[in-house]
Design a binder for this molecule. Structure first.
Ligand SMILES: [Zn+2]
Length: 319
């Protein structure tokens, strides 16, 4: 946990504004950037040992107050603090199925810093749900070949921002899928950052960009190795095909179309592959099904290593 800095003093700002979170019976004023929030010690202390300790520090008599409330200055973004306080005061806030990533990020950053354990756990659970550690859980997120975001609101650049959030907060268990979801973006998008109407929305750190691009190259190479997801496209070890010429031609066509597009298909699923190779004979189809199912398990086991991460059983969230 990073060491938080909060102090009971007031810095003079040119213009200080009051947030809408301003309870007339509040007992403490939080100030960050140029925004003040009047809230209750009791609520902060109930959820955060950090604020419990801070409340118990005697207030020097000459410290400034607002309507008798001590002022606690925080070094966080006002938007993050507003999200945290909304989550504390509004019981329906966290029960929403999907939350914007900015809110999840605020709960993780401030949850770690000030030890709001319950808020932190709920936010990390959303990220873990969307970035699971087992292939079975990952497959449950896929419908008709598309990855479904249900716990976090999607937007262009989401995958890049999520990866950055997970990296900055040491969420090791989230990282393998976070890297994978980022690297299957268009490489040009990775390099230039996600843009919308000319405005830059999201981009990666140089280190993450490197890991994504190198990881992408490793994944594409590995997926065609024997025993991996698409190894059967490159080498066909079976001899029981009823129509070797026809099936062979179809496999070859498929191989070239994937190679030409340099596509990442590490976790392609059998149903979509069935549609991708229409007309292949039943015997070959059975081999393809088994090969893909076994191959994607191997890819999953090795997924963290593509990004220079420790194996699955050594990964952990460092909260
Ligand atoms: Zn065949």
């Amino acid at each position: 946990m990073s060491s938080p800095s909060a102090k009971r003093q007031r810095t003079e700002h040119a213009s200080i504004t009051r947030s809408n979170i301003w309870y007339r019976d509040g007992s403490v004023v939080l100030q960050t950037e140029s925004t003040q929030f009047r809230v209750h010690w009791g609520l902060l202390s109930q959820h955060s040992p950090f604020f419990r300790d801070l409340e118990n520090i005697p207030q020097p008599p000459d410290e400034p107050t607002i309507d008798g409330c001590p002022i606690v200055e925080l070094q966080d973004s006002a938007v993050d603090v507003e999200h945290l306080l909304t989550a504390l005061y509004d019981p329906t806030f966290l029960s929403q199925t999907a939350l914007p990533l900015a809110i999840v990020g605020a709960l993780i950053r401030l949850g770690r810093k000030y030890d709001f354990k319950n808020l932190l756990d709920s936010a990390v659970a959303r990220l873990t749900f969307q970035n699971p550690t087992t292939l079975e859980e990952y497959d449950n997120l896929i419908a008709d070949g598309n990855y479904n975001l249900t716990r976090i609101t999607s937007y262009p650049g989401y995958a890049l921002d999520l990866l950055t959030l997970a990296r900055e907060n040491n969420l090791g268990l989230v990282l393998p899928v976070a890297y994978y979801r980022a690297l299957i973006c268009d490489p040009l998008q990775l390099l230039e950052g996600t843009k919308m109407s000319g405005e830059k929305l999201a981009s990666l750190s140089v280190d993450d960009l490197y890991r994504c691009l190198i990881g992408r190259q490793k994944l594409v190479t590995k997926q065609y190795q024997p025993g991996y997801t698409l190894g059967w496209l490159r080498e066909w070890p079976y001899t029981d095909c009823r129509n070797p010429e026809g099936c062979g031609a179809k496999r070859k066509l498929k191989f070239h179309s994937y190679m030409d597009r340099n596509t990442v298909k590490a976790f392609v699923m059998v149903p979509s592959e069935q549609r991708a190779i229409p007309g292949i004979c039943a015997t070959c189809h059975q081999h393809v099904t088994e090969s893909i199912n076994e191959g994607r398990k191997k890819m999953w086991e090795e997924l963290p290593g593509f990004f220079d991460l420790p194996p699955w059983n050594e990964l952990k969230n460092d909260l």
